[in-house]
Design a protein around this ligand. Structure first.
Ligand code: C2E
Ligand code: MG
Ligand code: MG
Ligand code: MG
Length: 295
């Protein structure tokens, strides 16, 4: 095969030879390419934040938005976070990207609050690496001061694996953030190696039930049992519970029956640009959304 390159894997510290097949080659080079393009992305202002509403299905009110970053790469189009966040985690660029997201999403929430959408929470995802940054607390404090956003309208979303990496450090960081008045949300709850004692150890305000439990809710009695257990647990610990990934009316009605108050998902809205999210809120704000009625 003329395309197959022979290369020395000296980087591994060994002197063995490996066959590098063309498809691996193009995969590797496109990863390298992505990484190279990612380095220029911030200064070229190629990131954009989409906002997905969170809704209380009892009151019909929009309670918050989650900030979800995308990369508008001129040649590649809209690159989803799952394709570039892992690369950015690896090479450290995540720290700059996250700072940009924090600053912009907080400023956007302040602008929305000023426009009358008061009480709206802004969920912002923090990656494991960013959470290891000792400057995180100062950065959050600076951004809140800079944007004028009240701390309780910022909700930092972290996953179980993020706190697992360094439990004691995480505990300290989260307690400082909590003392500042910032809210903390446990994202993708139920998918990691969760120890229930973490719920006691860490000052969470919100649990987000992972979408994998919601997806097959209709046919899967186990998922139903898991969700109802999470809801009971959350309620007794006085936590806000949000079910993620609600796509159908059927799922919504099952969640309603399980007494889940808040949802986020395509059924209500996909993540939206600032403009569309504003329009969306103008249509729903202060007006009760009763969902789709049950028969
Ligand atoms: P996540 O924080 O769990 O975000 C929820 C993901 O589910 C989002 O994907 C959202 O668009 C998607 N989603 C929402 N509703 C539905 C639904 O009804 N059905 C389905 N199938 N999906 C739904 P997205 O935007 O592609 O983000 C993926 C992940 O990337 C996020 O998961 C989060 O872990 C990460 N991410 C996104 N933005 C940021 C960021 O600014 N910083 C960091 N560190 N991570 C981010
Ligand atoms: Mg999230
Ligand atoms: Mg999630
Ligand atoms: Mg996720």
């Amino acid at each position: 095969n003329a395309g197959a390159a022979l290369y020395s894997a000296k980087a591994n510290g060994r002197n063995n030879y490996q066959f590098y097949l063309p498809e691996m080659n193009s995969q590797a080079s496109s990863l390298l390419n992505l990484e190279r393009l990612l380095h220029q992305a911030i200064e070229r202002e190629e990131f954009i934040i989409y906002y997905q509403p969170q809704v209380n299905i009892k009151t019909g009110k929009i309670t918050g938005m989650e900030a979800l970053v995308r990369w508008q790469q001129p040649e590649l189009g809209l690159v989803p976070p799952e394709q570039f966040i892992p690369i950015a985690e690896e090479n450290g660029l995540i720290v700059n990207i996250s700072e940009w997201v924090l600053r912009n999403a907080c400023a956007q929430n302040k602008a929305w609050q000023d426009a009358g959408f008061s009480g709206l929470r802004m969920g912002i995802n923090l990656s494991p690496r960013q959470f290891q940054e000792p400057h995180l607390v100062q950065l959050v404090a600076d951004i809140l001061a800079e944007t004028g956003l009240a701390p309780e309208f910022l909700e930092l979303e972290i996953t179980e694996s993020t706190v697992m990496q360094n439990v004691e450090f995480a505990k300290t960081m989260l307690h400082i953030l909590e003392e500042m008045g910032v809210h903390i949300s446990m994202d993708d709850f139920g998918t990691g190696y969760s120890s229930l004692s973490y719920l006691k150890k860490f000052p969470f305000h919100t649990l987000k039930i992972d979408q994998s439990f919601v997806r097959e809710l209709k046919d899967n009695l186990q998922d139903m049992a898991i969700i109802s257990a999470i809801i009971a647990l959350g309620r007794s610990l006085n936590l806000r519970i949000i079910a993620e990934g609600v796509e159908t009316n059927e799922q919504l009605e099952l969640l309603r029956r399980l007494d889940c108050e808040q949802i986020q998902g395509y059924f209500f809205s996909r993540p939206l640009t600032v403009e569309n999210a504003t329009k969306f809120m103008q249509e729903y704000w202060a007006q009760s959304w009763n969902g789709v009625t049950t028969q």
